[in-house]
Structure formats: structure tokens, C-alpha cells
Design a protein around this ligand. Structure first.
Ligand code: HEC
Ligand code: HEC
Ligand code: HEC
Ligand code: HEC
Ligand code: HEC
Ligand code: HEC
Ligand code: HEC
Length: 344
């Protein structure tokens, strides 16, 4: 017991010194403390139980990152959170992985200039995703070491190509759909951003954004039209069998809708809808679209126009009918009065 207390206490002192140490070189960096907008509130590192949560190397990273709070401004101008919630991290799918398996260049504790070794394929991929990464493209490329096939699919998707070929940051990469890599939950779990009940909102983060729609000439009513569709209404009511975005478009390999490789391209749509609607034919598969009513979506457009004409003319007939009836009534009473009276 005594040994336990001594070892914990010395570890505490070591880390406290490390934290202080890390703050000194900080002031010497360009711009100084204030302009880097660093707001660190050091909390007392909770010692007991710490070691059981994470592995030894993560412990030293977490000694600071578990206790620091606040955001720093990156060179690109975005803000990143320095705090890693160690409990959430340890419960996530990556809880058993050392920080440096992904953050390969952050070898030292505390880290000054990152200088760890990076395999060639990871560093090549890192430069491809540099437009998306906020702070550490190497960590963002490291996913490929364990999820290689998925990474390749994403690279070839419309989202990945937006980043890797067009060098934009608007397309979706892993973290846009799965959230922070530190807190990823299995896709089936309630907490996952990509599960059946959250994925529409996750895609909507960008596909409801007017600026993105305008920049890439995409429909602006995607989410709205989905929610108005038969599928979307049933989804809202909790029907688990109706398709969400990914049942029709796929998840990692999403293509432009008219790309022959897209499951929603005209040539593949009978097969795609046919997964759930056996016997679907060309006419049936044209019934679902995100396109707002208009020239691009003629069948429902003219159907709706026809309905309006029908409604207006029906009301017109009713009004005409009432007037004619009233006229006939007045005519009978006024003009035919004498005639009727003569019967008596
Ligand atoms: C002694 C405290 C301390 C330790 C230990 C520590 N960090 Fe940091 N870390 C910081 C501080 C302070 C910042 C924010 C300031 C900065 O460097 O820009 C930071 C920032 C970061 C960033 C954001 C990128 C950056 O350069 O600002 C990453 C990623 C990171 N740390 C990863 C790690 C990893 C991985 C480990 C373990 C190998 C680790 N840290 C260990 C204090 C620490
Ligand atoms: C599964 C891979 C992976 C693991 C494990 C991992 N990170 Fe990260 N981390 C990333 C990626 C990817 C980013 C985002 C990089 C970017 O956008 O440039 C990131 C970002 C960060 C940041 C910046 C703030 C943020 O959340 O975006 C900090 C700080 C950080 N990591 C610290 C750590 C520490 C400390 C550990 C260990 C407890 C750790 N990371 C474990 C992949 C990982
Ligand atoms: C060292 C190997 C390793 C690295 C690197 C790694 N992962 Fe994982 N990842 C795993 C393991 C193991 C699991 C849990 C088992 C599984 O479901 O595949 C997992 C699970 C996942 C899941 C959830 C899978 C599910 O069940 O729904 C996602 C999403 C994920 N990782 C994304 C990433 C991202 C994004 C990165 C890069 C920031 C990354 N991973 C880096 C090993 C890794
Ligand atoms: C456009 C959104 C999107 C992007 C980008 C994305 N994912 Fe996924 N991911 C999903 C969805 C949705 C699922 C749920 C499973 C499904 O429906 O296919 C999933 C499932 C997973 C799984 C577990 C299931 C499986 O297929 O093995 C892993 C692991 C994973 N993603 C890793 C990654 C990695 C790594 C990246 C980056 C290279 C990434 N994802 C990028 C949406 C995305
Ligand atoms: C029932 C299948 C189905 C579902 C569910 C579905 N889509 Fe689509 N999507 C299509 C089809 C078919 C097209 C082809 C163009 C059209 O008719 O709108 C398409 C086209 C698109 C386009 C390009 C349209 C344009 O005008 O630029 C985007 C973006 C898109 N879908 C995103 C989504 C998102 C996000 C979701 C989830 C809210 C979703 N889709 C759900 C079938 C579906
Ligand atoms: C981080 C933002 C972002 C997220 C999240 C996102 N997308 Fe996209 N998506 C884009 C951008 C940007 C484009 C256009 C890229 C280009 O043309 O270079 C695009 C294009 C598409 C297209 C092709 C549109 C066409 O012209 O036919 C489809 C389909 C699509 N996304 C579906 C989805 C689905 C489904 C999800 C959720 C699983 C999703 N997206 C999540 C940003 C995003
Ligand atoms: C993941 C399975 C799935 C996919 C893929 C799918 N649907 Fe559906 N669809 C359903 C379910 C489930 C219902 C609701 C059945 C019910 O409750 O009556 C439904 C209902 C419909 C309805 C309402 C009337 C009816 O026939 O029940 C239409 C129309 C429809 N889907 C068209 C399509 C079209 C077109 C596609 C392809 C673009 C498609 N669906 C793709 C599962 C799917």
C-alpha cells in the first residue's frame, strides 16, 4: 500500500513538472501565449484509477490532455479542443490503441517539435489529406493501416476526391461522418453518428448547407425531399426497414448520382430498389427523387398542376351551380309566380 502511494505520488509530481515544463517553451513560440488563444485550465490530475483506464503510453499523453481544458487556434485558423476525455476514449472502439499509433510524430512526452518516424505510405496519404486535416494529417492518414479497404473506397468516392484531387476541404472524410476518432462508437450502437437513426442528420450537416449546394451545383432540398418521401415519413415514425441515405447511395464509396458506378444511376436503380421491392421496374423506380417539383421532375409536376386545375374547376362549378340554382329559384318565384298561382 505504501509503495502504491509513493509510486502514485511520484508519478503525479513527474507529470506536474512535465505540464509546467510544457508551458514554458510555449511563450517562446511565435505570437506568444495570447495570440495562440490558448485557454488551459489545469485541473488536478485524478490519480487513483487512472492507470487502470488507459495503457502506459496513453497515460503520459493523457496526464496532460486528460487534464487540460480549452481550445487552441491552429495555423489554418480553426480551433481544436486539447482535452481528451479519458473515460470516453477508453470506452471507444480505439480505447486500446496507443495515442502514438495514430499520432506517429508525437513521440516525446512532453512534445516539442513532432519528429517521430512515419512509414512512407502513411506520409504520402497524409499529404493527400492535408487540406482536410486540422492539425495532424499523419494521424488522419494512419487509419489506413487498420482500415485500408475502407480508406481506398473513400479516396475514390466523390467525397474523397473532393479532398485529394480538388484539394478542397468540403468533402467528407472519416471524422465528418464518424465524429472524433477518440470517441468512435460501433456503427450499430445508439451513440454512433452513422447509425440508422442519426445518419440523415450527419449527412445533413453538409447536404442542408446552401453554400455547399451552390458551390457544387447540388440540389438544395435533399434532406427536405427525403423527409417528405414515403420512406422519410416512415423513418421518422421509427420503421427500421425503410432506407436512409446510405441504403441507396452506399457509405464509403459514394459516387455522383449519374456516375454509372453509383447504385442510384438509372442503369442500376432497378436492382437497387429491387433489394427491398422485388419486381421493381423502370416506372416504379422513377417514383423516388429528391428533385423539387419542376422541369427536372415532370411527372409529379404535371400531376400536381393537373390536380390544381381539377380543384379550381370543381370549386368553380360548385359556385356556378349555386348561382344558377339561386337564379332558377328567383326566376320561378318572380316570373312564374302568376303562372303557378293560376293553377289554384
Ligand atoms: C506535458 C503536457 C503534455 C503531454 C505529456 C502531451 N501533450 Fe500534447 N499538447 C500539450 C499542449 C500544452 C498542447 C497545446 C499547445 C501546442 O503544442 O500547440 C498540446 C497539443 C497537442 C496536439 C495538437 C497539435 C499541436 O501541436 O498543437 C496533439 C495532436 C497532441 N498534443 C498529442 C499528444 C500526444 C499524442 C501525446 C503523447 C505522446 C501528448 N500530446 C502529450 C501538452 C502535452
Ligand atoms: C485512431 C487514431 C487516433 C488515436 C488512437 C488518437 N488520436 Fe488524437 N486525433 C486523431 C485524428 C485523426 C485527429 C484529427 C487530426 C486532424 O484533424 O488534423 C486527432 C486529433 C487530436 C487532437 C486535436 C484535437 C481534436 O480532438 O481534434 C489532440 C489533442 C489529440 N488528437 C490527442 C490525442 C491523445 C492524447 C490520444 C491518446 C489518448 C489520441 N489523440 C489518440 C487520431 C487519433
Ligand atoms: C491500430 C489499428 C487502428 C487504427 C490506426 C484505426 N483503427 Fe479504427 N478500429 C480499429 C479496431 C480494432 C476497431 C474495432 C473493431 C472493428 O469494429 O473493426 C476499430 C473500429 C473503428 C470504427 C467503428 C467500426 C464499427 O464497428 O462500426 C470506426 C468508424 C473506425 N475504427 C474509424 C477509424 C478512423 C477514422 C481511424 C483514423 C483516425 C481509425 N479508425 C484508426 C483499429 C484501428
Ligand atoms: C460519408 C460518410 C462516411 C465517411 C466519409 C466515412 N464513413 Fe465509415 N461508415 C459510414 C457509415 C454510414 C457506416 C455504417 C455502416 C454502413 O451502413 O455501411 C460506416 C461504417 C464504418 C466502419 C464499420 C463497418 C464496416 O464497414 O467495417 C468502419 C471501420 C468505418 N466506417 C471506417 C471509416 C474510415 C476509416 C473512414 C475514412 C477513411 C470512414 N469510415 C469514412 C459513413 C462514413
Ligand atoms: C430511396 C433511395 C434514396 C434515398 C433514401 C436517398 N437518396 Fe439521394 N438520390 C437517390 C436518387 C434516385 C438520386 C438521383 C437524382 C434524383 O432523382 O434526385 C439521388 C440523388 C442524390 C444527390 C444528388 C442530387 C442533386 O440534385 O444534386 C444527393 C446529394 C443525394 N442524393 C443525397 C442523399 C442524402 C443526403 C440522403 C439522405 C437524407 C439521400 N440522398 C437519400 C436516391 C435516394
Ligand atoms: C463534410 C460534408 C459532407 C458530408 C458529411 C456528406 N457529404 Fe456528400 N457531398 C459533400 C460535397 C462537398 C459533395 C460534392 C463534392 C464535389 O462535387 O466535389 C458531396 C457529394 C455527394 C453526392 C453526389 C452528388 C451528385 O452530384 O450526384 C452524394 C450522393 C452525397 N454527397 C451523399 C452523401 C451522403 C449519403 C452522406 C452521409 C452518409 C454525405 N453525402 C455526407 C459533402 C458532404
Ligand atoms: C432498404 C430497403 C428499401 C429500399 C432500398 C427502397 N425501399 Fe421503398 N420502401 C421500403 C419500405 C420498408 C417501404 C414501406 C412499406 C410499408 O410500410 O408499406 C417502402 C415504401 C416505398 C413506396 C411506397 C408505396 C409502396 O409501394 O409501398 C414507394 C413508392 C417506394 N418505396 C419506392 C422506392 C424506390 C423507387 C426505391 C429506389 C429508388 C426504393 N423504394 C428503395 C424499403 C425500401
Amino acid at each position: 500500500m505504501l509503495f502504491f502511494i509513493i509510486s502514485k505520488t511520484s508519478f503525479f509530481v513527474y507529470n506536474l513538472l512535465a505540464i509546467v515544463n510544457s508551458l514554458i517553451p510555449f511563450r517562446q513560440k511565435k505570437g506568444g501565449l495570447m495570440s495562440r488563444a490558448l485557454v488551459i485550465a489545469l485541473l488536478i490530475v485524478p490519480l487513483i484509477g487512472f492507470a487502470q483506464i488507459a495503457s502506459a503510453e496513453s497515460f503520459t499523453c493523457l496526464a496532460c490532455h486528460g487534464a487540460m481544458k480549452g481550445k487552441i487556434k491552429t495555423d489554418k485558423g480553426s480551433f481544436i479542443e486539447v482535452n481528451i476525455d479519458e473515460e470516453r476514449f477508453s470506452k471507444s472502439v480505439h480505447g486500446g490503441i496507443e495515442c502514438t499509433v495514430c499520432h506517429k510524430t508525437f513521440k516525446d512526452n512532453p512534445h516539442e517539435a513532432p519528429k517521430g518516424e512515419v512509414p512512407k505510405n502513411v506520409s504520402e496519404l497524409a499529404s493527400l489529406v492535408s487540406s482536410k486535416a486540422k492539425i495532424d494529417p499523419v494521424a488522419y492518414a494512419a487509419c489506413s493501416e487498420c482500415h485500408g479497404d475502407i480508406y481506398t473506397q473513400v479516396s475514390q468516392s466523390i467525397h474523397g476526391r473532393n479532398i485529394m484531387e480538388k484539394k478542397q476541404s468540403d468533402g467528407a472524410l472519416c471524422n465528418d461522418c464518424h465524429g472524433s476518432p477518440h470517441y468512435v462508437a460501433p456503427a450499430k450502437s445508439k451513440a454512433s453518428l452513422v447509425n440508422k437513426w442519426n445518419v440523415v442528420k450527419t449527412c445533413g450537416e453538409c447536404h442542408q448547407n446552401e453554400a455547399i449546394a451552390k458551390k457544387y451545383n447540388l440540389g438544395t432540398h435533399i434532406i427536405e425531399k427525403y423527409e417528405e418521401s414515403f420512406h422519410g415519413k416512415k423513418h421518422k415514425l421509427g420503421h427500421a426497414g425503410v432506407p436512409t441515405c446510405v441504403d441507396c447511395h452506399g457509405a464509403h464509396g459514394i459516387k455522383k448520382w449519374d456516375d454509372p458506378a453509383s447504385p442510384v444511376a438509372w442503369g442500376n436503380r432497378v436492382v437497387m430498389c429491387g433489394k427491398c421491392h422485388p419486381g421493381a421496374n423502370k416506372k416504379f423506380v422513377a417514383s423516388i427523387t429528391h428533385k423539387p417539383l419542376g422541369k427536372d421532375n415532370p411527372i409529379p409536376y404535371f400531376a400536381e398542376k393537373g390536380l390544381i386545375i381539377l380543384t379550381v374547376s370543381t370549386i368553380g362549378f360548385v359556385i356556378l351551380h349555386v348561382f344558377l340554382e339561386a337564379y332558377a329559384d328567383i326566376r320561378d318565384r318572380v316570373f312564374r309566380k302568376g303562372k303557378e298561382d293560376s293553377h289554384d
